[in-house]
Design a protein around this ligand. Structure first.
Ligand SMILES: NC(=O)c1ccc[n+]([C@@H]2O[C@H](COP(=O)([O-])OP(=O)(O)OC[C@H]3O[C@@H](n4cnc5c(N)ncnc54)[C@H](O)[C@@H]3O)[C@@H](O)[C@H]2O)c1
Length: 283
């Protein structure tokens, strides 16, 4: 029996191949969960361009891959996490289709707008904060309300997991909005943990360091220029040199942490922000 057998999980920003969301969804499905992949689905504005997002077509491919590999029930729903209507719809449709909502992973994020803070525009700041912090707030609000109802009806053990970052603990230069949003996400995690604890719902954050996803590759390209790296291997070597365990993170490292936090084994853990960083980040 899988550790998440019978659980229903929604994962945001999970429509992109090689992303953390895909890896989390796959591990959840392997552990017996029903998973609902959500993503924005179509480009929106100057930054959420086709090369930065999970399109509906890509999300369908991600879902098909997980279905084939695990035989789990895998659904897809478009959801712009900035929209309260979208978030409410996903919570309602998940419950309608699968009978409950036990786990939410707030994974959608924008992390590739990199420039000096004095050049950051208010539009860029707003976009990053809206996706990385308002989105998790909206899901915590609406999924939290659903989990409270379920708890009263005898279905225990709601779980909310926020994918924060090493940038939630330490400053990442030229990522002022990202760093601020991820620090804010730790605050959201803590206050939600306190408020939802009486209902048996835990809320935790996971803080990975670099993983070469689509978003991670963009950060690599930028940092590579800053340090004068000539190749992908050079930037990875630069990152690896700072990591005690001697390698950069894989999406599965974060996914495994999420499985643990979503499982019954983590029932007494809430309000934590767990580093998944090979020892690079320790506080
Ligand atoms: N890759 C890393 O190095 C790293 C490290 C630490 C934390 N993270 C965090 O992990 C999470 C996943 O990122 P990833 O690295 O897998 O990159 P990714 O690009 O694969 O995933 C980000 C996803 O967010 C989605 N998204 C963006 N705006 C959205 C919106 N308005 N509504 C819904 N979805 C939206 C994108 O479509 C994309 O699928 C992010 O929160 C990121 O900040 C990543």
């Amino acid at each position: 029996m899988g550790r998440l057998q019978g659980k229903v999980a929604v994962i945001t920003g999970a429509g992109r191949k090689k992303g953390l969301g895909e890896a989390i969804a796959r591990r959840f499905a392997e552990e017996g969960a029903t998973v609902v992949l959500t993503d924005i689905g179509a480009p929106s504005g100057p930054h959420l361009t086709a090369d930065n997002i999970g399109t509906s077509a890509e999300m369908d491919e991600v879902a098909a891959g997980i279905r084939t590999a695990t035989k789990a029930a895998v659904a897809t729903m478009t959801c712009d996490v900035r929209s309260e209507d979208d978030v409410k719809r996903v919570v309602a449709d998940t419950v309608k289709q699968f009978g409950a909502l036990d786990i939410v992973v707030n994974n959608a994020g924008v992390g590739y707008i990199m420039k000096p803070l004095v050049d950051f525009t208010i539009e860029e700041w707003n976009l990053v904060l809206e996706v990385n912090l308002r989105g998790p707030f909206l899901f915590t609000k609406h999924a939290g309300a659903q989990m409270i109802k379920q708890n009263q009806a005898g279905r225990k053990g709601g779980r909310i997991i926020n994918i924060a970052s090493q940038a939630a603990k330490s400053p990442a230069p030229q990522l002022v909005a990202y760093t601020s949003s991820k620090h804010g996400l730790v605050g959201l995690t803590r206050v939600s943990a306190v408020e939802l604890a009486p209902h048996g719902i835990t809320v935790n954050a996971v803080c990975p360091n670099h993983v070469t996803t689509g978003l991670g590759a963009k950060q690599n390209a930028f940092r590579g220029k800053v340090i004068g790296a000539q190749s992908h291997e050079e930037i990875i070597a630069f990152r690896t040199a700072k990591i005690p365990l001697g390698r950069v993170g894989q999406a599965e490292d974060t996914a495994n942490a999420c499985v643990f936090l979503a499982s019954d084994e983590a029932a007494y853990i809430t309000g934590e922000s767990m580093n998944v960083s090979g020892g690079e980040e320790m506080h």
